[in-house]
Design a protein around this ligand. Structure first.
Ligand code: ADP
Length: 319
């Protein structure tokens, strides 16, 4: 192993820069050369590679987004595109590629590894939707961003004695909504893993008001969606003024939390160690606070476990 490359792919997440920094610095520390690839697989296919040194990753650990940019590249699903990518890496003398992204990006990495490029994946997504790792890089920051918004919405909801419906990102995974709901003291948390009944929800809101609650926070995961319609429904049934707020892409930005920076640094360093051990087609993650690595296929086949216990705690604490 002499030369590695690193790219970020799919949806961006805070902490991707900290992961890039860890990969670059750890590689250099071990005497490897490093190249950065701009714009994910799209940039790779276009030959957008450049040499990176220690200063290429100076002053980025605290920055949101990704200095390497990210992109979606549908053509990467075709083998001829991947062959082109493998040939470009070969032309640059690159032996291995670290891919920071989500499950789609990992699939691309797996297929690329079949063409002789060593690949290691790092979980960069705010959604926390990868079963093999307890946490993904970006989740904690997005959670804190959502929490900050919820705290603010609580102020104004209380002043106006309104119901506030807040839609949280996470695609089909309810973790962001669940954790934000617990941390923000939400009255109701609606996640795809559990589903909900609209009329039960309205009953809980009316009971809350009868018990003296001055506001009511209803968190809706992106995988459920329809917050505007839900707000109208709640208002029509309960007679309580209800507003919907869709937090949207604000949750993707911002300076990463300490937790995300530490996670990115640990996982990034491990990715390079694995490459030094000539490992390939693996993803790095964290389970029970231990850094782990798994075969990409096995990792993608794992079934995500929703934290039912946490969901029950949230319910018990909400009234
Ligand atoms: P994420 O990595 O966040 O899940 P996407 O699903 O958009 O995001 O995947 C990012 C990129 O990974 C895609 O634009 C594509 O280039 C590549 N990719 C996704 N799925 C596949 C696949 N089945 N085969 C090859 N490449 C894929």
């Amino acid at each position: 192993m002499k030369k590695i490359a690193v790219l970020t792919s799919g949806g961006d997440a805070p902490g991707m820069n900290a992961a890039i920094r860890a990969v670059v610095r750890m590689a250099l520390h071990n005497g490897l050369e490093v190249m950065g690839v701009q714009r994910g697989y799209a940039g790779l296919v276009n030959g957008e590679l450049f040499k990176m040194d220690r200063s290429s990753v100076s002053d980025i650990i605290q920055r949101g987004g990704t200095i390497l940019r990210t992109a979606r590249c549908l053509e990467f699903k075709q083998e001829e595109t991947r062959i082109k990518a493998a040939n470009i890496l070969k032309a640059y003398g690159v032996d291995a590629l670290v891919v920071i992204g989500g499950d789609g990006s990992f699939m691309g990495a797996k297929l690329l590894s079949k063409l002789g490029v060593k690949t290691i994946g790092l979980p960069g997504t705010i959604d926390n939707d990868l079963a093999y790792t307890d946490y993904t890089i970006g989740f904690d920051t997005a959670l804190n961003t959502a929490l900050d918004a919820i705290n603010k919405l609580r102020d104004t909801s209380t002043s106006h004695e309104r119901v506030s419906v807040v839609e949280i990102m996470g695609r089909d995974c309810g973790d962001l909504a669940l954790y934000a709901g617990i941390a923000g003291g939400a009255e109701s948390i609606i996640v795809p893993e559990k589903g909900y009944d609209k009329d039960d929800l309205c009953r809980v809101i009316l009971e809350g008001k009868a018990n003296g609650k001055m506001h009511n926070l209803v968190l809706v995961a992106e995988g459920i969606g329809g917050s505007n319609e839900l707000a109208k429904y709640i208002e029509s049934v309960t007679g309580i003024e209800t507003r919907a707020t869709i937090l949207g892409h604000i949750q993707r930005g911002g300076s990463p939390t300490a937790s995300d920076r530490v996670l990115a640094s640990r996982l990034g360093a491990r990715a390079v160690e694995l490459l030094m051990e000539e490992k390939t087609c693996r993803v790095v993650g964290i389970r029970n606070n231990e850094v782990v690595d798994d075969d990409i296929d096995e990792a993608l086949a794992m079934e995500r476990k929703f934290d039912d216990k946490l969901y029950e705690i949230a319910k018990a604490l909400s009234y």
